[in-house]
Design a protein around this ligand. Structure first.
Ligand SMILES: [Zn+2]
Length: 443
């Protein structure tokens, strides 16, 4: 299994992503940058992050590149630092993946992540072991959140509201002073690092959010939000304690943003009603392949106002092209303050069909590639979305089958007219996935 994937570098710590490989990744990145650039380096709260970071930094300076050490910092704040200071960036995280995983995100002075092609080049340099030699320096940044904080205060201004944030043991809690300073009455959960809280599947099952949901109901807040370990994603909870579908959040953001003229970038896993909303508001819709680096590039190239995807990444390109869970939270507060409406009132205005996403373990990476091939063969009329296919069932119902870029899994996403139909469609197509998997594995 290769740790170099389409969106980033990711693997199981100590098995396929070791300290030794991290050293080589640092050397390869430094070599790619010709030993002459500055790289800002930060990391999330995973136990394996400090050691991987130390090795990446050693690798980078051994090529002549200089390093600005940011320490533990939310991922979007690290992207912001590099964007603002016009340096390259490197962030050690496996985002929402389980505890045994870790990874590396690489990004550029324009605020965009390395493309799949650039990650491939890093992989080639690692394999060749032909690294530049030099003597770089490390400088520790004393206040890495200073400019980020100033930017948010300048652009968003003062905000009012009582909100609950579950940091889920991640790096997002570093932003607590900023949020309080901007005027929010905050109730915080899990602000200390907690390895037991990292894990993708817990999100999907909903149980990782149960604590936040329970407390939202108890505390009478304007809304609740949970951030993933690196704080680029935000999962919103309404005051009654219901998890809000990310497509509904997109609709609320789009409704506000399209008061001005502009483009909106969406991915194929969003509810089809969003397409209608963009048209109704005289916006221009642009489709993107799913995955943060593809979306960042699209939103940046198209100079779009915003991009959203069903995975709860929200990209406010009116500010910068990368996804930021802290900014999304503040932006929602701003909308509530501006409109004087409650979140429930805003949700009521949104008319979207239900969408559901599930993840099916297919044992290894080879199987997931074969499975997508099988779907292409069996459903020749399906839309090719780059890493999978979208099968249109009728005007408003569809099933999207994609291979996960980060885990040995198939992502199955569907939209239907109602919840009952949705359950039926998800059940039918997950059975098809399992049937094809059996054929592929020869069982
Ligand atoms: Zn993340």
């Amino acid at each position: 299994m290769s740790i170099f994937r389409a969106y980033d570098i990711r693997g199981i710590y100590g098995k396929d992503l070791t300290d030794e490989i991290a050293l080589k990744i640092g050397k390869a990145l430094g070599t790619f940058l010709k030993g002459r650039k500055t790289v800002a380096v930060g990391y999330d709260t995973r136990p394996s992050s400090p050691s991987l970071t130390k090795n990446i930094i050693s690798g980078l300076i051994s090529t002549g590149c200089n390093v600005i050490f940011l320490g533990i910092i939310p991922n979007p704040a690290a992207y912001f630092y590099a964007w603002k200071k016009k340096t390259f960036g490197c962030y050690i995280t496996a985002s929402h993946a389980p505890i045994k995983w870790n990874g590396v995100k690489l990004f550029k002075p324009n605020g965009l992540s390395f493309s799949d092609k650039e990650i491939k080049i890093i992989e080639k340099i690692v394999e060749s072991e032909r690294f530049l030699k030099g003597k770089g320096k490390v400088r520790k940044e004393k206040n890495p959140l200073k400019d980020y904080s100033k930017f948010l205060k300048d652009k968003i201004g003062k905000v009012k509201g009582k909100i609950l944030i579950d940091f889920l043991g991640g790096a997002g809690s570093k932003a607590i002073p900023i949020l309080r300073d901007m005027g929010l009455n905050l109730i915080t959960l899990h602000e200390k690092p907690d390895a037991s809280l990292y894990g993708f599947h817990k999100f999907e099952a909903g149980n990782i959010l149960n604590f936040a949901i329970k407390n939202v109901k108890k505390e009478k807040v304007d809304f609740g939000v949970a951030l993933d370990c690196d704080a680029d994603r935000s999962f919103f909870i309404d005051p009654k304690g219901d998890l809000i579908d990310p497509s509904i959040m997109c609709a609320i953001f789009i409704e506000d943003l399209l008061k001005r003229k502009g483009k909106i970038v969406l991915t194929h896993d969003c509810a089809s009603g969003l397409e209608k909303l963009v048209k109704k508001k005289n916006g221009k819709l642009v489709w993107s392949r799913i995955g943060h680096n593809f979306i960042e590039k699209k939103v940046w190239e198209e100079r779009a106002l915003f991009a959203g995807e069903e995975s709860s990444h929200f990209y406010f390109n009116i500010f910068y092209p990368f996804s930021d869970g802290i900014l999304s939270t503040l932006y929602l507060c701003k909308i509530l303050n501006k409109t004087g409406k409650t979140l429930e009132e805003l949700i009521k205005k949104v008319k979207l069909n239900p969408v559901k996403k599930i993840y099916i373990n297919v044992v290894n990476d080879e199987n997931k590639v074969k499975l997508i091939e099988k779907f292409r063969e069996k459903f020749p009329k399906a839309i090719d979305v780059g890493d999978g296919v979208k099968v249109k069932l009728n005007k408003s119902e569809w099933v999207l089958i994609r291979l996960s870029q980060t885990l040995p899994e198939i992502n199955l996403c569907a939209e239907a007219r109602n919840e009952k139909r949705l359950r039926e469609i998800v059940k039918k197509y997950s059975e098809i996935v399992r049937k094809y998997l059996k054929i592929i594995r020869g069982k």
